[in-house]
Design a binder for this molecule. Sequence first.
Ligand code: FAD
Ligand code: 2HG
Ligand code: ZN
Length: 483
Amino acid sequence: FGSSASEIQRIPSFVTLNSDDISHFKGILGEKNVVLDEDKLDFANTDWMRKYRGSSRLLLLPRSTQEVSEVLKYCNSRRLAVVPQGGNTGLVGGSVPVFDEVIINMGSMNSIVAFDKVSGILVCEAGCILENLISFLDNQGFIMPLDLGAKGSCQIGGNVSTNAGGLRLVRYGSLHANVLGLEVVLANGDVLDLLGTLRKDNTGYDLKHLFIGSEGSLGIVTKVSILTPPKLSSVNIAFLACKDYLNCQKLLSEAKRKLGEILSAFEFLDREAMDLVLSQLDNVRNPLPSSKHNFYVLIETTGSDESYDKEKLEAFLLSSMESGLISDGVLAQDINQASSFWHLREGVPEALMRAGAVYKYDLSIPVEKMYGLVDDMRVRLGQSAKVVGYGHLGDGNLHLNISAPKYDDKILEIIEPFVYEWTSRHRGSISAEHGLGLMKANKIFYSKPHKAVETMASIKKLLDPNGILNPYKVLPHSLSSCT
Ligand code: FAD
Ligand code: 2HG
Ligand code: ZN
């Protein structure tokens, strides 16, 4: 277990669910959208890593903004705490209850509202699964500005609420840049219509940004308006090997300079990450099997001119080979090979899950210092656990994972608080893209000054005075439990 319910007290001002509440919800949502079934509840109570587990007795499935509004209004008046839930793929224990909070899953709100083929602006409901949006847009000749390994389950509302980064951020920027508008239901049931579809709108405070990355603690996102880039015809993917981390770093600088506008992903895996994927997943093979390499880099380019893009990438690869930055490499020859390269990179979280217990840290660290943490952690842990480093090198985002046969407090004591202190000392962030959730709510001060956290708590108090929305998450418990 990570940061867990055992370290926290249930907030006493929250009431416990009774049969009148259940009847009331049935009146709003209809019998079949009020779920009491134990198996379904077990699934919704348990996170993707099976590390965080709540004990909610109720799962609600609203189908419209109006229903979300009525549900929240009632919960607020009764002081019933709730957890907004999307695809439940979050990695910080934010998407499941800590105690008996009512789960509001957005999966039934999954319609596309509008798509403007001229501007590329998509408006959809929050429960749309990312992969479905990707397929929809593909048919229209567009792409989503974000992509991640959990695309088959995660929802756009969850992506927005976590400000998910993913595999293409290096090219298209974060959701703060691409989300044009949101519809949000506040804790008291009020509907905040911020669903603009304009690139430019400087009329007062841009409130949507408060909800992007707020992890369900300020409101429930019900609709999203997002700018989508056109699908370009030429995509190339190279899988490369580097002998050391310094070469990966230099390769990144070179790629930014020489590939420039066509660079669309720059990901890395260390040898331990690659070994884990190869040993744990089926139907995978190392595209560079001739020798064991210390680091692997996946570079993707996306552009509009096939021969120009290929020439540019090949020239870059050749010069990087000649200068010794790359020790081996292969360019995908067809779409199957391209997706097999992506499968290796996107498969790391699943491989880690299969290997046993995993301690996950998602860190922003200046690129030149980043891998020092992995080295230091290996020294500290010795043979007691495997230390795996991989992630979005192009964004300065390290995924440090520590894999052990089973959870052990002694291992945790070696890792924490060292990992947070190290990150803070190097002016990094203790959450690059996954959020704080339950896992890191109490660690926020490693990355934010007291005054900033107090301001966040004031905003929370203003928007959710009774603290019913995703309690125990995001903000430190000392500031958030006094409702
Ligand atoms: P959930 O997990 O259900 O919820 C996440 C948080 O958002 C919770 O706090 C929840 O309360 C809140 N929430 C969900 N929906 C709403 C809503 N409609 N309104 C208000 N609050 C809401 N993350 C990355 O950033 N980059 C990656 O590359 C990446 N890769 C991943 C790969 C795998 C295999 C897995 C399992 C996870 C990965 N993640 C990644 C983490 C996760 O997928 C993202 O955080 C994702 O955005 C969560 O979406 P979700 O719909 O599953 O949300
Ligand atoms: C990824 O980039 C996800 O694959 C998961 O953000 C990261 O497993 C992790 O630590
Ligand atoms: Zn990631």
